[in-house]
Ligand binder design. Structure first.
Ligand code: FEO
Ligand code: CA
Ligand code: CA
Ligand code: CA
Length: 681
């Protein structure tokens, strides 16, 4: 359900002088090197800062980087591209399938049976479509330090596949997005509730057993947050007219979080859920031109949409209950306190929750902007300095943002640091063709964000995309995950692809970008709060004849397409996960890439190898290790999604991984090394 992008590198690892021929967009690293070298020579302080930022990075071309285990960071034997209905990992590694969709974790622990489970049952089971996740060590003090055998695994559930959820679906011709046929124009309310409860986040207490297998602990921490959980609205939008509804006439609360894709982890040990492709969950029953700008710029549906319902038609629930009717955002009452015309304005945010307090109310942090948040990644927190985080807006030609808090981080403040996310400056990135970049502030009253176009900072934030358009941000090829190199603070972002790209620029160099790329930058002075940066393309994904990494085409052990998930482990390995869309995978030009996969790179040595290939129909998304690096959790989302509507009706399934029950199920896999070593070595 989402789009993607790609990019280029400054330091190609050999320290050579750059090429001077800038005419070929394929050779971006060289172009970038050329620009940067010239600027270093000519441009005084900015040039000096570039040299400081990138000098030494990637110049140790032949060096290997020692990890926590003391050996090569990327030491495994690459796995081949594949298209089997199974998970393949390198020799010497093993895989446990863990907590698939429907696993009971809380309440009365209802056993999984999609033909019988109710909506309430789903609210006590693992949600579907596992995505971004984090392992919080059980001590609850630091997100990256503590136990490596017990903790809270917290994960997003991006969406659901209704045909696999309901007995009523059996025998119907249903595609992966379809819901069972309406009955008298309505949907059974409990099917809607089940789908809503299949969304959101799971907090699961997990522990490694004596036999090395991981299990779920029946624990007070276990919690489901869903598309219906009460949440607070904080930050500049709180209490404004934009978010006043029948449910919250003072505009301080809403219900649920939806389409949570990648995640974020704060320095104070809380979890951030993103709201990515939320707009389609709502419908305004007017023509497209009758929608508010808060709706139209994000793609909230209208009567001109086909079909003229929300994505899953929850507004059509036969009970007519308020919890479902709210997805119809038409103006119906005398004012906003009597209807849900503003309901969609409460979505599109980053949402913070304390996973160690099952009673805590998730908080929508509106200062971080409203868009299709893929996720959020925090720069290393420094005592007495502002908190900085980055977030991509995953849609064709959308932007990359950075938030800098007004207040400063104090470790001793603990959870109270969350308030830092309510006040600060949201910036959007402009990537110049010369390899420099600037962060443009989205502040009401500054630059073009005047009363002529906006009325308040809340207006700027609810309409973040419009504000970013107005200041002249660079349209990117679908920004997905961001990751920060723990060794030098450089920021990497995947740009997964962009079928809509017509006008190229140096940061988005391909027309109709099909394969995606990864861009990276260094902030001026290595200060995350800086307003200038220097960037290059780390790799151009694609087949051997149309790709580039460290000055060479990707080889057969490196070939991939549509990079999406991205994460640096503590040792500095960069893990890259792919999301070729279900409509393309294993077809035509895309068949050469096989099933979606995960690769591992060492940006200092420019090694890159395929580590994992997933089963049929899925994307690989979400990765984290225990603090010792010896257990890795990876998510496998939407296996079986390539089963056609006709085949579904005939009971002929393309992919049934993990072969637990009637249908394929999203699940986590736990990867360990047979010799007990660090993952990746
Ligand atoms: Fe949900 Fe942008 O991937
Ligand atoms: Ca996807
Ligand atoms: Ca994603
Ligand atoms: Ca994606």
């Amino acid at each position: 359900m989402s789009p993607s992008a790609k990019n280029l590198i400054i330091d190609n690892g050999d320290g050579d002088e750059p090429m001077s021929n800038h005419s070929n967009n394929r050779h971006f690293d060289e172009v970038l090197n050329a620009h940067l070298s010239r600027r270093t020579a000519l441009k005084g302080s900015l040039g000096a800062s570039i040299a400081a930022l990138f000098g030494g990075v990637g110049l140790a071309g032949c060096a290997t980087t020692a990890g926590s285990a003391g050996g090569k960071l990327v030491g495994f034997e690459a796995v081949a591209i594949g298209s089997a209905d199974t998970v393949v990992v390198p020799k010497g590694y093993k895989v446990q399938t863990f907590i698939p969709w429907g696993t009971p974790i809380s309440g009365n622990m209802p056993a999984f049976d999609p033909m019988k489970n109710t909506g309430a049952d789903q609210g006590n089971q693992m949600g579907s479509h596992h995505d971004g996740m984090h392992f919080f060590p059980i001590e609850g003090k630091d997100p990256y330090q503590g136990s490596s055998t017990e903790g809270l695994l917290v994960m997003n559930h991006e969406y659901v596949e209704p045909r696999y959820m309901h007995a009523s679906a059996v025998g119907q011709k249903l595609s992966r997005d379809a819901v069972p046929a309406l009955v008298n124009g309505k949907r059974p309310a409990d099917e809607c509730r089940k789908e809503i409860n299949g969304h959101g986040v799971s907090v699961v207490h997990v522990k490694k057993g004596a036999n090395g297998q991981w299990g779920v602990v029946n624990s007070k921490f276990n919690r489901r947050i869903t598309g219906a959980t009460p949440m607070a609205i904080n930050g500049p939008v709180r209490g404004t007219d934009f978010v006043k509804t029948k449910y919250s006439t003072d505009g301080t609360r809403t219900r649920g979080t939806l389409n949570n894709c990648a995640h974020g982890v704060t320095p104070w040990n809380t979890y951030m859920m993103s709201e990515e492709n939320w707009a389609g969950y709502f419908i305004n029953k007017v023509g497209a031109s009758g929608r508010t700008r808060e709706q139209s710029r994000y793609g909230v549906r209208s009567n001109d949409s086909k079909p003229a319902t929300s994505r899953y038609g929850w507004e059509l629930a036969d009970s007519g209950a308020d919890e479902f009717a709210r997805f119809d955002v038409s103006a119906k009452g005398a004012d906003a306190s009597q209807d849900y015309r503003n309901e969609a304005n409460a979505f599109g945010w980053m949402v913070e929750v304390d996973p160690f307090n099952p009673e805590s109310t998730p908080i929508k942090r509106t200062a971080l902007g409203r868009f299709a948040h893929e996720g959020v990644v925090f720069a290393k927190a420094v005592e007495g300095q502002p908190v900085v985080c980055y977030s991509g807006d995953d849609a064709n030609d959308e932007y990359i943002y950075k938030f800098v808090s007004k207040g400063v981080y104090r470790k001793a403040a603990g959870l109270a640091n969350g308030a830092l996310l309510d006040e600060g400056t949201l910036f959007v990135a402009k990537f110049n063709d010369d390899g420099s970049g600037v962060w443009l502030p989205l502040v009401f009253g500054q630059g073009p964000l005047t009363p002529f176009r906006f009325n308040s900072q809340a207006d700027v934030l609810v309409n973040t995309r419009l504000a970013a358009d107005t200041v002249g941000a660079t349209k990117m090829d679908r920004p997905e995950w961001g990751a920060i190199d723990p060794k030098n603070g450089q920021v990497y972002f995947t740009l997964t692809n962009n079928s809509g790209r017509t006008a190229t620029d140096k940061a988005n160099p391909r027309e109709k970008s099909r394969w995606g790329h990864i861009i990276r930058w260094a902030e001026a002075g290595n200060d995350p709060a800086a307003t200038k940066f220097n960037w290059n393309i780390f790799l151009l994904a694609g087949p051997e004849n149309d790709s580039q990494f460290a000055g060479k085409p990707l080889n057969k052990d490196q070939m991939h397409n549509s990079p999406d998930g991205l994460w640096f482990d503590n040792d500095g390995r960069l893990w890259i996960q792919t999301d070729i869309s279900e409509s393309s995978m294993n077809k035509g030009d895309y068949a050469q890439f096989g099933n979606n996969q995960m690769l591992c790179a060492d940006p200092r040595t420019n090694e890159l190898k395929r580590f994992l290939v997933g089963p049929l129909g899925q994307e690989i998304t979400g990765v984290i290790t225990t603090p010792d690096g010896k257990t890795m959790f990876v998510n496998v989302q939407h296996p079986g999604a390539t089963t056609s509507a006709d085949d579904f009706a005939a009971g002929k399934l393309t992919g049934t991984w993990p072969n637990q029950g009637r249908y394929a199920r999203s699940a986590t896999i736990v990867i360990t090394k047979e010799d007990g070593g660090v993952i990746g070595t």
